[in-house]
Ligand binder design. Structure first.
Ligand code: SER
Length: 319
């Protein structure tokens, strides 16, 4: 049986939002999924499939009215500024990530929203953490403003749960690789851009340097993790806004090798930029045993199956 009656996805036209919304529509039906974002209208793939309202999450009144109007009982709050863009404007990053989330908490309390999802990220970690198998309960000392907002978001989820009995959940996403919608301004975006360039030009110049291993995940697993955590029995959860999840880890040259196995003419070179310092502060591998135990998390894709699927999907689109 479906857990919720009417779901809101903020940031629903972003990299994760687009595919999460499509999956929620499959499960709950078009009439039960409301998308908000700051674009004027829905892209073609979502047209006539979902209810859409252009809305900035910083506008409390509009957000609150929307939630009342639709009787929303679950929110996936994905509207945020990511790590790369965050460094270009730290004050805007704090404003959107923190005040946007505070608006979501406030309206959820006011309207008795049953459950909310606010993603965290591996950006919550920082220098001084173990690089391998970073444990569930570890120090979080982020060096990026985005990471600072993610740690604050994690603590707020915990706080709101205890103070207001508001059921907030979140995952520390690794880098997410996907074929539908481009990511918007993250450090791990290189691992998506590389596929587009491989198919169009057989070459990619990576802004992340050779040897930089980062945790990554393919979108179908990201969607599965997100929905499974939201559907999990609250009594089984030992954490709230900060679940570690992992799938696979690689450096740019590892991904380049996988791509070259399918597209033999592909080549890569490296021109690291300011995002290298962010990547260097993040772990290489993550211990996700807590998510596996609490809500049966298991990923399906590895680097090879993800690469084959990405190339098949994008080749079809650009042929
Ligand atoms: N993919 C995100 C970023 O690079 C991490 O959560 O900002």
């Amino acid at each position: 049986m479906n857990k919720f009656k009417k779901i809101l996805v903020t940031g629903g036209l972003g990299q994760i939002g687009t595919e999460l919304s499509l999956e929620l529509i499959n499960i709950y039906g078009s009439e039960n999924v409301v998308i908000t974002d700051i674009r004027d209208s829905l892209p073609e793939k979502l047209q006539d499939k979902a209810l859409y309202t252009k809305l900035n999450v910083l506008n409390y009144e509009e957000l609150n009215n929307l939630i009342k109007y639709h009787n929303i009982d679950a929110i996936y709050h994905l509207a945020a500024i990511l790590s790369g863009k965050g460094e270009e404007n730290p004050f805007a990053c704090w404003d959107i990530n923190m005040n946007g989330s505070m608006n979501v908490f406030k309206t959820s309390i006011e309207n008795n929203v049953k459950r909310i999802f606010i993603p965290s990220s591996m950006a919550a970690w920082g220098l001084g953490i173990p690089k391998q198998d970073v444990p569930q309960d570890s120090i979080t000392r982020p060096t990026s403003i985005y990471g600072v907002t993610k740690v604050a978001g994690e603590r707020l989820c915990e706080y709101m749960f205890h103070k207001y009995n508001l059921d907030c959940r979140g995952i520390r996403y690794p880098g997410i690789i996907s074929s539908e919608t481009l990511p918007g301004g993250g450090t791990t975006d290189y691992a998506v851009e590389i596929f587009y360039e491989a198919i169009k030009n057989n070459h990619y110049t990576s802004f992340i340097d050779k040897g930089t291993v980062l945790p990554m995940m393919y979108m179908p697993d990201c969607i599965k993790a997100t929905i499974n955590l939201m559907d999990a029995d609250v009594n089984k959860l030992t954490h709230h806004g900060d679940y570690n999840v992992a799938a696979f880890s690689f450096a740019p040259e590892d991904l380049a090798r996988e791509i070259a196995n399918v597209l033999p003419a592909f080549t890569i070179d490296y021109k690291p930029d300011f995002r290298q310092a962010i990547a260097d502060s993040w772990p290489q591998t993550i211990d996700d045993s807590c998510a596996r135990e609490d809500w049966n998390w298991t990923p399906e894709y590895d680097i090879t199956s993800m690469t084959k699927d990405m190339i098949a999907k994008l080749s079809e689109r650009f042929k």
